[in-house]
Design a protein around this ligand. Structure first.
Ligand code: SF4
Length: 297
């Protein structure tokens, strides 16, 4: 199995498929413009973009230039909007907000991918500014966050952010780094599933990101495919509906299965994904509402 990095050239805006963000339930098959912000509150030993994460140099994005880029990009019916990534978008939040307004004015979407720097308070102070949020978890204990150089309470901040975003009607997907196949990682994952079950909703998409040494990460062994597959099975047993092996390229567990009848409703082994088994956002087989946001352009 080949593990993709879920990352691309450093620092330059680029166009990608929304599945690469990864977002799987928000305009599947769309393309997006990714804008990266340097700096990160964490120092993961396996970071695939240490130059960007450790960088203090920064030149703000220009709203006028972004507006003219939007005008051109919007001519492609697949184009859906921008993704703020990094690094950590919250570190230059004023510039993010200023530029996001321009994008929203064109009717396009604003997506933010955060490592936990974005707080529920910042979100509250920027109403209507985000359409979709990817919250990237580095583990599910404060101890793991500390071992990755994170400041105190980053995990609890991320949990509060997710809860607040859902309350505000923002589309939210989660991502969890899986670094090794150890009982400790499995235990943290089970705690995360329990949080999803008790405090969120079971249909929230969760992307597992396998950290793989073949990408030059400073780790000895990454997780095995069987360990990752077992994590997906554990979620199914707990009725957490949509857990994906998002950087295990071509793996069956990247397909969306109906949580009711288990038919494959979105096939992601092809690009753009095959949505022919979705009818009006529902499973074509049994009619279950899949809670997808679909492109109607
Ligand atoms: S959170 Fe992401 S960008 Fe930041 S140090 Fe860790 S891997 Fe790198």
């Amino acid at each position: 199995m080949r593990f993709d990095r879920l990352s691309t050239p450093l620092g330059q805006p680029y166009i990608t498929n929304i599945e690469e963000v990864p977002l799987y339930h928000f305009y599947p098959g769309a393309s997006v413009l990714v804008l990266e912000i340097p700096g990160c509150p964490l120092r993961c030993q396996y970071c695939d973009r240490p130059e960007l994460a450790g960088s203090a140099s920064w030149s703000p994005y220009d709203p006028q230039r972004l507006a003219s880029a939007m005008e051109q990009l919007a001519q492609d019916p697949r184009f859906r909007g921008i993704v703020w990534g990094g690094g950590e978008p919250a570190l230059h939040w004023d510039n993010v907000v200023e530029n996001s307004r321009v994008v929203l004015d064109t009717g396009m979407s604003v997506i933010v991918a955060t490592n936990g720097g974005l707080t529920a308070d910042l979100l509250h102070d920027s109403p209507g500014m985000i359409d979709a949020l990817l919250v990237q978890f580095k583990g599910f204990s404060e101890e793991t966050y500390r071992s990755r150089g994170g400041p105190d309470a980053l995990l609890s901040n991320s949990c509060s952010l997710v809860e607040k975003a859902i309350e505000s009607g923002i589309h939210v997907e989660l991502m969890l780094d899986v670094v090794r196949d150890t009982p400790a990682e499995e235990a943290e994952y089970l705690n995360m599933l329990a949080w999803i079950n008790h405090d969120l909703r079971r249909n929230i998409p969760l992307h597992l990101r396998a950290i793989a040494p073949e990408h030059g990460f400073a780790i000895q062994h990454g997780p095995s495919t069987s360990f990752l597959e077992n994590l997906v099975e554990l979620a199914r047993k707990q009725h957490v509906g949509f857990v994906y092996l998002s950087n295990c390229h071509g793996h069956f567990f990247n397909n969306t299965m109906c949580p009711n009848c288990f038919s494959v409703v979105i096939d992601r082994t092809v690009q753009p994904p095959d949505l022919s088994f979705v009818t009006d956002g529902k499973c074509a087989q049994c009619g279950t509402d899949l809670e997808l946001i679909l492109n109607t352009r």
